[in-house]
Design a protein around this ligand. Structure first.
Ligand SMILES: Nc1ncnc2c1ncn2[C@@H]1O[C@H](COP(=O)(O)OP(=O)(O)O)[C@@H](O)[C@H]1O
Ligand SMILES: [Mg+2]
Length: 227
C-alpha cells in the first residue's frame, strides 16, 4: 500500500478537490483507494454522500492527529492499494504527521503571492523529513491568446526555487471541477475526454510514477504549464 498526502497551509487551494480526484483516478485504473480526512469539516464525506448513488468506492474515513499510524495499518490489512490523506490548513504538528506516513506529498498552491508564502514552511518540513513531494499549481488561469499568464510563470519559477519538484502539469481553473465534485464524481467520470479530465490523468501519471516508480507508463501528452 502507498500513502499520498495532499497538503497546503491555506484553505481553498484545492486539497479536497485533488484528494478526491487522485483517489478516483486510482480506482479507475484498477487500484483500490481509501480517502482519509483529517479536516473536521469532512468535505470528502459530503462528496461521498453525493457519490453513493453511483459508486460504492472509494471508501472515506475520518481521522484525528495521532491515529494515522493505526488507520494505515487497518487499511493495509483490507488490501487497499492507495491511501489518500486529505488535510486541513493545519498546524505544523498535524502536517508533520501526515508527511511522516506518506510515500508522496502533493503540495497544492494557487498562483498567488499568499499561497506561495504559505507553502514555504510545508516545503521545509517535507525536506526535513526527507519525503518525496511534488508542488501542484491548481486553479491556474487559462492561457491568453496561447500565452501563459504571468502569475502562473512567476509561481512556477518561485516553486522551482524551493528545491522540490514542480509538476509540469497543473490544474486550470475550470467549472468542470466544481460541477464534478458537486455530483460526487471526478472530472474523469463526469466529463471524460475533457481538458479537465486530461489534466487529471496527466497528474495521476506523475503521482503513480512517484508512488510506484517501477510501473512508469506512457500516456497522452497534456500541454505543460509555462513551457
Ligand atoms: N481547478 C479548479 N478549478 C475551479 N475550481 C476549483 C478548482 N480547484 C478547486 N476549486 C474550487 O475551489 C474551492 C476550494 O476547493 P477545495 O478543494 O475545497 O479546497 P481546500 O480543500 O484546499 O479547502 C471549491 O469550491 C472547489 O470546487
Ligand atoms: Mg478541504
Amino acid at each position: 500500500m502507498r500513502t499520498l498526502s495532499i497538503l497546503s497551509r491555506k484553505g481553498g487551494t484545492g486539497k479536497t478537490t485533488l484528494a478526491v480526484h487522485m483517489a478516483v483516478a486510482a480506482e479507475l485504473r484498477g487500484k483500490r483507494s481509501t480517502l482519509i480526512d483529517l479536516d473536521p469539516q469532512l468535505s470528502t464525506f459530503e462528496w461521498r454522500k453525493a457519490r453513493l448513488g453511483h459508486s460504492p468506492t472509494p471508501e472515506v474515513a475520518e481521522a484525528k492527529v495521532g491515529s494515522l499510524f493505526t488507520q494505515r495499518l487497518a487499511a493495509a490489512r483490507t488490501g487497499v492499494d492507495l491511501l489518500v490523506i486529505d488535510t486541513r490548513p493545519s498546524t505544523d504538528l498535524e502536517c508533520a504527521e501526515a508527511v511522516r506516513w506518506s510515500d508522496l506529498c502533493l503540495i497544492v498552491v494557487r498562483p498567488s503571492f499568499f499561497d506561495l508564502k504559505a507553502i514555504v514552511r510545508t516545503a521545509e518540513l517535507v525536506r526535513q523529513l526527507n519525503k518525496k513531494a511534488l508542488f501542484v499549481i491548481n486553479q491556474a488561469p487559462s492561457r491568453r491568446n496561447g500565452e501563459e499568464v504571468q502569475a502562473v510563470i512567476d509561481t512556477y519559477e518561485s516553486l522551482i526555487g524551493l528545491n522540490l519538484p514542480v509538476a509540469p502539469v497543473g490544474l486550470r481553473y475550470r467549472a468542470a471541477y466544481q460541477n464534478a465534485v458537486r455530483l460526487g464524481k471526478s472530472v474523469e467520470e463526469a466529463e471524460p475526454g475533457s481538458l479537465a479530465a486530461q489534466e487529471v490523468a496527466a497528474l495521476w501519471r506523475l503521482v503513480q510514477d512517484g508512488l510506484w516508480p517501477n510501473l512508469a507508463e506512457q500516456g497522452d501528452e497534456v500541454q505543460a504549464l509555462v513551457s
